[in-house]
Design a binder for this molecule. Structure first.
Ligand code: NAD
Length: 297
């Protein structure tokens, strides 16, 4: 892997973190976004990341300033990718926006450039026909707060070249990630393939009146030694996300999911209980009962 120059397309929540993490590890980074206002917001986001790296990674002021100094900003896609060994796409999770983006990118990117999508819910094969380079396209999926939650799920589609896959795995390691190779396309990658059914099972136990949230979490914690249970995790994720997931399944005819969605709406969202983000969810914060040492007795 001799990548030197990385382009990050989309400089929102994840794009700005990917750009900073990549520059912090010594790569030259071009950030691409749709206009100057979006790039101004990106600069603010990147500057806000500096103290996070100093607090969480004990980075020095010189190191974070040097990282910022390796980043340049473009609203012209051709200029943003002219030197790119790899472009990481982190633009909105909307099929039409991504489709149009790959069509434009295919026209202007150098032949050598590898394309990687950070999409959480879409598969590379949904866009592969627009890239003009199926063998050089794959998914490279990061977690929010990338510098601490340093997983990188690297996922092939059926046409991805194996060498490209291996190179992107090396790149992920070179920017401080734990690389998690995924050999076949899988919606939800590894983490959500495990987590979503687990959280669904917990919510079904609750809405069917089998047991209360604390009892369910306690069971999981004692039996597995995990630091928290499914309802504590739902509070961390925020109730809106499981609500939206259940609603989508309900609209596709899933009756169990409809019951969960209705419950989350009336008991949580309508009552302003959104999870940790506003201090109230299945637990009350900042001192949720599951953190109390007596909780497991
Ligand atoms: P976001 O809304 O915070 O940022 C999107 C950015 O893309 C914005 O800066 C916007 O101006 C820009 N943009 C819009 N249209 C564009 C275009 N045509 N070309 C270039 N840039 C464009 O979104 P986000 O939360 O950073 O998510 C981006 C991607 O990362 C999505 O695919 C999402 O699934 C994925 N992701 C998000 C998270 C998360 O926790 N937020 C975690 C992992 C993966």
């Amino acid at each position: 892997m001799d990548y030197k120059h990385i382009t990050v397309a989309g400089s929102g929540v994840l794009g700005s973190q990917i750009a900073f993490q990549t520059a912090f590890n010594g790569f030259n980074v071009s950030v691409y976004d749709i206009n100057d206002e979006a790039l101004d917001r990106a600069k603010e986001r990147l500057n806000d990341l500096k103290p996070r790296y100093q607090a969480d990674l004990e980075a020095t002021q010189e190191e974070v300033d040097a990282a910022y100094g390796r980043i340049s900003f473009y609203s012209n896609l051709a200029k943003a990718v002219e030197n790119a060994d790899l472009i990481i796409e982190a633009i909105p999770e909307i099929v039409e926006i991504k489709t149009n983006f790959y069509k434009e990118l295919a026209k202007v990117a150098p032949e050598k450039t590898i394309f990687a999508t950070n999409s959480s819910t879409m598969l590379p094969s949904q866009f592969v026909e627009y890239t003009g380079r199926p063998e050089k396209f794959l998914a490279l999926h990061f977690a929010n707060e990338i510098w601490k939650n340093n997983t990188a799920e690297i996922m092939k589609h059926p046409g991805t070249n194996t060498e490209v896959f291996e190179e992107v795995i090396e790149f992920a390691k070179a920017i401080g990630m734990v690389a998690l190779p995924i050999h076949k396309e899988q919606p939800g990658y590894i983490l959500n393939s495990l987590l979503v059914p687990f959280l669904d099972a917990a919510q079904n136990l609750l809405v069917n009146g089998i047991a209360d949230p604390e009892t369910i979490d306690k069971t999981w914690m004692i039996a597995t030694g995990a630091p928290n249970g499914p309802f504590a995790i739902l509070d961390i994720v925020g109730i809106n996300t499981p609500y939206n997931l259940s609603l989508a399944k309900a609209e596709a005819g899933d009756k169990k999911a409809a019951k969960v969605a209705e419950y989350l709406k009336t008991e949580f969202l309508d009552k302003g209980r959104l999870g940790i983000q506003n201090g109230k969810g299945f637990y009350e914060y900042p001192n949720p009962s599951y953190m109390n040492p007596d909780f497991l007795k």
